[in-house]
Every structure is written in C-alpha cells, then in structure tokens.
Design a protein around this ligand. Structure first.
Ligand code: NAD
Length: 274
C-alpha cells in the first residue's frame, strides 16, 4: 500500500495530507467506515463532537487492524462549549467518548465572534496541549482578524485552520495568510457538493487523466498544498478519494481551475454563525 504524503505542522509534528471526514456519517455506520478507511490506507480521520459519532470513531479505532499510533485523529470543540472551563470539560468529554488518552489535533469548530469566547477557548486548548491531553491544537472557520487576535494575545500559532474550500470558494487571501504564518490549510467540503463537477476545466482535466471529476478536484487541493478531508460513507467513494497520487494536474489545468472561483459558500459565514 502506497504511503500517504504528510504535511509539516508548525509544532514539529506532521499530518497526513488526505483524510476523510465523519460529518453526517450515520452513528451505526461510523465504526465500520473508520475501519474500512484505515484498511484502505487512510491515516487521518476528521471528527467533531457535534457530528454525534465520536463513540463510533473510537470503536472503529479500537477494532481496526492499524495501530492507534499510526492514525491521526482530529476532533473539535462545538460552539456552545466555548469558554475557559466549558471548553476543558468539552475536550475531556470528547476524549472519553472516543475512548483515548489524547487526540492528535483539537480544533475550535467556529470562532462565533458574537460570543466573544474564542480567545479564552484558545487559551484552554494551549493549557490542554501543555498538559498532554491533546497533541496539536488548531482552529476551524477562523478569518484573518480572528487568527491575528489569538496569535497576538498568546503568541501561539494554530497548526492548522480547517476552512470551507473548493473550486467555487478558493480562499486565496486566507491561504496566503496561512502560508506566511506556517498554518496548514485544511479544506472542508472539498468537493463543493459536486457543483463544479461539470465545469469545463474539471471535465477537461478528468478526460486527459482518465480520473473522475472528484479526483481532479481533490488533486487540485493536494497541489495547492492543502490537507483535504472529503467525506464518503460508500466504500467505492473512500477508495476513489484516496487514489490521487499517480497523476498530476498541469500548471495550465491549475490555472484554468482557479478561474472557477466565485466566492460561493455552501456553508455558513463564519462572521455570523454561532
Ligand atoms: P464533501 O465535499 O466531501 O462532499 C461530500 C458529498 O460528496 C457526499 O454527498 C459524498 O457522498 C459525495 N462524494 C464523496 N466522494 C465522492 C466521489 N468520489 N464522487 C462523487 N461524490 C462523492 O463534503 P463534506 O462532507 O461537506 O465535507 C467533508 C468533511 O469536512 C466532513 O465530513 C467534515 O469532517 C468536514 N467539515 C467540516 C466543517 C467545519 O465547519 N469545520 C464543515 C463541514 C464539513
């Protein structure tokens, strides 16, 4: 089985570039999907407390053929658990549900600027990292002002920001900020709900390479240097989404895909979501 490429994190660790996400994976299928994904070669699993399937994630890890220390597990603190003490309780509850002593990456799921608690929550994650309850810490859905605030106040730079990113929402300014600060960009909804599958640059690259539209788009993320976490609860989809390393897009194809950016979100606006 082919080794998956890994990206360097700014705390000296590394993360597999490609993983799979568990959002909307049914509770009673989660352990199975985790086991299947690991058996196929995935080493990065993206979970969250709000997905409601952390217990299945844990069961999948315990019953998989791949040792725990070879798997990179992410989970996230949900919006109603922000704040200095509440976030600590939320992290402990996630660890208990998954059934592990620590996770590899803990994220703040959304900044929820109206709550005014993301800085306190970030300080809690720093403490939990220093106490060894989580290995690496990062954020999700943060914009530049939110990142500047937590970095400015604590001096601790998140290892990663998990953001909505796909051909119709390419996030160039945020990616440039990440690059300047050594933050890995991780793309959620990387397939953009399939809305670009029929776009001419995607179809042309798919035809030339003999790959599917989904694989072309995932390969585009890889070549941008992003980590990417498509979801699929179908085994065929899981296998397809990992099969990205025996072809490459040309510079012209990358440039053609960059023209598809129309700033269109499929999910909420992080400035307003709470
Ligand atoms: P996605 O872009 O992975 O799309 C999923 C949809 O595409 C599903 O309907 C799936 O069946 C289909 N699909 C998957 N592989 C396919 C293939 N090869 N060909 C055709 N269709 C295919 O989107 P997503 O699930 O929204 O996002 C992926 C992961 O990102 C989630 O599971 C979750 O872990 C994470 N996420 C994070 C946030 C956040 O706020 N941090 C928000 C949403 C999602």
């Amino acid at each position: 089985m082919q080794d998956q490429p890994r990206l360097a994190l700014n705390d000296g660790r590394t993360i597999p570039q490609v993983g799979f996400g568990l959002w909307q994976v049914p509770v009673d299928r989660t352990a199975h999907v985790v086991r299947e994904g690991l058996a196929m070669g995935y080493r990065l699993i993206d979970g969250a407390a709000i997905y409601g399937n952390e217990a299945g994630l844990g069961e999948g890890l315990r019953t998989a053929t791949v040792p725990r220390d070879q798997v990179f597990v992410t989970t996230k603190v949900w919006n109603d658990r922000q704040g200095r003490d509440e976030a600590r309780r939320a992290v402990e509850e996630s660890l208990k549900r998954i059934g592990v002593d620590r996770v590899d990456l803990m994220l703040i799921h959304w900044p929820c600027p109206d709550k005014g608690l993301y800085l306190e929550t970030w300080k809690t994650l720093i403490d939990l990292r220093d106490e060894g309850r989580v290995t690496s810490i990062g954020v999700s859905n943060f914009h530049v002002p939110h990142l500047e605030r937590i970095i400015g106040e604590t001096g601790v730079v998140p290892v990663l920001n998990q953001i909505e990113l796909h051909p119709r929402l390419q996030q160039a300014a945020l990616r440039a900020f990440h690059a300047r600060h050594g933050i890995v960009t991780q793309s959620w909804t990387p397939l953009g709900q399939g809305r670009s599958f029929d776009a001419a640059p995607i179809r042309a690259a798919a035809e030339r390479t003999g790959k599917s539209a989904a694989q072309v788009i995932l390969r585009w993320h890889v070549q941008l240097g992003c980590s990417v976490i498509p979801r699929s609860s179908r085994e065929a989809g899981l296998a397809e989404n990992l099969d990205l390393f025996d072809f490459a897009l040309t510079e012209e194809e990358m440039a053609a895909i960059s023209t598809l950016d129309i700033g269109e979100r499929t999910g909420p606006d992080p400035e307003r979501f709470s």
